[in-house]
Design a protein around this ligand. Sequence first.
Ligand code: C2E
Ligand code: CA
Ligand code: CA
Length: 529
Amino acid sequence: MEIISDTSVNDLRVSAAAGQDASIRFRLLNHDTTQTALLTHISGTDLCIWMVDTNDAVSEGFDQILHKASAINFWGTICFSVLIIALIFLYRKNMFTLMMDPVTGGYSPSRFNQEAERLIARSAPGDYTFIVMNTAGFKLFNDIYGYAESNRILKHIHSTILKYLEKGEILARFGADDFNLLIHTTSEEVMVQKLDLVVDEINQFNAHLREKQWIIFRAGVYQIADTTLPVVHIRDRANIARKKLEIPTGDILYSCGFYEEEDRAQLQQENILTNKMDDALKTQDFKVYLQPKVDISTGKIINAEALVRWEDADMGLVPPDKFIPLFEKIGFIRRLDLYMWEQVCICLRRWLDAGLQAIPISVNLSRMHLINRDFLAPFIEIQKKYAIPPKLLELELTETAFQDRPDAIPEAISQIHLAGYSCSLDDFGSGYSSLNNLESLDIDILKLDCKFLRDARTENDKGHIVIEELIHMARRLGITVCCEGVETEDQLAFLRKCHCDIGQGYLFSKPVEVAAFEELLFGSVSGNP
Ligand code: C2E
Ligand code: CA
Ligand code: CA
């Protein structure tokens, strides 16, 4: 250590002994920096404090720390700024997704809801109308074209609808393919005209396509009478109106329904039925009723039709028109038809086992089955399980199936024949009947709808002539004719005169439980369920 102050180490010792303060400056060996030491006497004691002021060393360290701190500060500021920019970017992006539909570039659902709440709150009852438009079978587009192309289709639908909107009217896509519109109320007629134009323009792209791919809609409309309703409830009402519609068929591109108060009750009823149907199938609450089909020339029961009834503990006996349309809409009808088929097979097996003269029974086949090319496989499986001779089974296909899927029908009929069952064309004349069907389809039995007999009132009127000619034509084509809705002796006499083969109607019997039918057919059968 090298002393560089005037004070020596000895001077320090003297000062300490005298109880005085002193200081010394020195430099440590191999060190460039000088240090100062201070000796301070603690008053009232014999003690001193020895402090070393490492002045230069500290300042050097301090410089380094300052240097590091400013570097940290610099990079910290950079990182912080990047973080803030990222946060702003994320916030904007979030706001963007919150406010804008990335597929259509239009309003997002939440933006639409906000705007709709605002517009409706300011409006008078009846000023605005809420429309929900849903594209039927859009999933198919996804399957055929993939997501990217399907998204372009959605954008196209959106931009086309948007063109027809006026100031103060809004639109957004909800879910996959639901379009919600809030528009000024006009008359139903004007609204339908507008929908015509919109849907037509949406489908314009088909003009250049050889294989047309129609975009079909179901539109539910609610004219907002109660402006205090939250938008979710307003939308529910438009959806109720939409759900009561059938999916348009043929060359009809959209169907449009208007909300009515009683629709809500209907929807509630449908919800009750939907909630109960699975259990009802398990607990066998669906009952087979049989209605005889009678040979007109002999008056004998030669056939029967199985018709479903729902026996429910709370609802009582529910007729099919209360639940079949619903089941067709939600697809449950396929399970129900198979259940009926199985019950019919069980019944026939019992007759055969009892050595009774079993007669063929027909089961109604909903058009919903025809969606699946292999629809008959489960029917065949059941028939084989109970070892029923196929000639004892008949499937009734309604005329409406021909409008929906004309291409699938010939194939379905040939499958039915291949399995050995008979095939009848049901409700002929109830809708858009086509005489072509008689000639082109390989059906075994033509069932003339009740409507024909109802319309044939006076002798030799047009109704009578039509029935007569239809029977004549069917017979020449080798098709058996069954006339439905025979209620009076006069009608029966007329059918006999026209050589109609089979009659079905209340004159012979209403549809009855299996046990009652067996009474009619065999007298009585032991071992009835
Ligand atoms: P449908 O297949 O045309 O059945 C004949 C309907 O006419 C039956 O009505 C029957 O009770 C009724 N009917 C029979 N004779 C007369 C008559 O003389 N006068 C009048 N006014 N009506 C008569 P139901 O049983 O109410 O069935 C209605 C419809 O429900 C059936 O019409 C059929 O389309 C459908 N359906 C019934 N059961 C089934 C089923 O198991 N599966 C399917 N998919 N549909 C079924
Ligand atoms: Ca039928
Ligand atoms: Ca019928």
